[in-house]
Ligand binder design. Structure first.
Ligand SMILES: *Cc1c(COP(=O)(O)O)cnc(C)c1O
Length: 405
């Protein structure tokens, strides 16, 4: 482990925000795509071109579906063009109507997907420990209009599946999970993918395992899987007859090639991200008011998200620390600011239920880069910059105030 900021003394490198050269030559991005095996990916893509089979459930998409299902220990995995369409196909396949109970503290795509097909989001607060739906608050949000409960496994952390299922069961409402962040994640030792009526994973370029764009609907329900397959491809049955309404949500072969090679290297990515998270955790533990938000033990093996909580004890606010990092050529993310309930079009209506945890976390969380773009030493450097900025808080604040954000 490299030296930590406290021990470096006052002669350490000055801060870019105070006029020094940035700490990083190459920019570091939160959500920078991981490409785990470019040579094998290119070879699979060349094969697909030689076959002239580019989409419509080609062999690579089928192989990806099999491997994803096996990886998550679930019967069916249906590849889709993205998770947004995946959520819509599941909701349509289940004939969900009326209101859907969702967290406001999620990527706007969760809520847009549902709203786009005519469902009305009812925002529900989350647990301050897990950042996922608070089942007791879900119970309070259920009405006769509730058509579904949509839990989000945020940061890959499994929702309170028992708690949510209990509420849903008592009211006869289906549960879906937005598992966009949760490739590889487990709940009480069992991989996600089989819970609720269906779960929807994202393979977008910014997610831990990516297929450029892409998503995966998983379920143990044979009939539901069949319906989602049909909806995905214009309502065509396996025999090629149109038997229902449908849309185009198919995944192409190039995306499947990328996702296959990335998924095969999941363990390598996990080990790499574990070392980065450990460097963050260790360094941040020495800084006042900052700490790495912890995952439940053993449940989030991707370690893809490094989320920092900035509390009142920090001499600088979250937004100030983000600007300090940007000056060093690091792009952190303030996910999920300001919360879906404060974003158009949802902001036009006051939330029906109080969202104190959402309000607080959307002002205090900062997501830092992980992945193959960087090393654990880079994480240590980033923490050193943050530590130095906290020590120089008055000067940093003055420098930031002199320039517009
Ligand atoms: C990325 C993301 C989505 C959307 O996934 P796409 O595959 O880009 O459509 C949905 N929900 C959450 C929580 C996400 O982070």
């Amino acid at each position: 482990m490299a030296e930590l900021p406290r021990s470096r003394g006052p002669t350490r490198a000055p801060l870019a925000v105070l006029g020094a050269a940035p700490a990083f030559e190459t920019p570091l991005l939160t959500g920078c795509p991981n490409i785990l095996d470019p040579a094998e990916t290119a070879s699979l893509i060349r094969d697909a071109m030689a076959r002239r089979r580019l989409t419509n459930e080609g062999p690579l998409v089928r192989r990806l579906e099999e491997q994803f299902a096996a990886f998550h220990g679930v019967q069916h995995a249906v590849a889709v063009a993205n998770a947004t369409l995946g959520l819509q196909l599941v909701a349509a396949a289940l004939n969900v109507s009326g209101e859907v109970i969702v967290p406001s503290f999620t990527f706007i795509g969760t809520v847009h997907a549902l709203s786009w097909i005519g469902l009305r989001p009812v925002f529900c607060d989350i647990s301050v420990e897990t950042h996922t739906l608070d089942a007791a608050r879900v119970e309070l949000a259920v009405t006769r209009e509730t058509g579904a409960i949509v839990g989000v496994h945020l940061w890959g952390r499994p929702c309170d599946i028992d708690g949510i299922q209990r509420v849903a069961g008592a009211h006869g409402v289906p549960v879906l999970f937005d598992a966009a962040h949760a490739t590889g994640s487990a709940w009480q030792g069992t991989r996600l993918g089989r819970f609720g009526r269906a779960e929807v994973f994202s393979l977008h370029a910014t997610k831990s395992i990516n297929g450029l764009e892409g998503g995966m609907v998983t379920t143990n329900d044979d009939e539901l899987a069949e319906r989602v397959r049909r909806l995905r491809n214009f309502g065509f049955s396996a025999e090629g007859r149109v038997v229902s309404r449908g849309i185009n949500a198919k995944m192409d072969e190039f995306s499947a090639a990328m996702a296959l090679t990335n998924l095969a290297a999941f363990d390598r990515l996990s080990a790499h991200n574990s070392a980065i998270r450990e460097a963050y955790r260790h360094g941040l533990a020495r800084l006042p008011g900052l700490r790495l938000s912890e995952n439940p033990a053993g449940d989030v093996p991707s370690r893809h998200y490094a989320v920092v909580e900035v509390d009142e004890a920090s001499p600088l606010r979250r937004d100030e620390l983000c600007r300090v990092l940007v000056a060093e050529r690091v792009t952190p993310r303030r996910y999920f600011r300001p919360g879906c309930h404060r974003s158009p079009p949802y902001a036009s209506e006051a939330p029906r239920h109080p969202l104190p945890v959402t309000e607080r976390l959307s002002q205090t969380l900062m997501q830092l880069p992980t992945g193959l773009q960087m090393t654990p030493d880079d994480a240590t450097t980033m923490v050193a910059v943050l530590g130095h900025a906290l020590e120089e808080a008055p000067r940093v604040r003055a420098a930031l105030a002199a320039t517009a954000p």
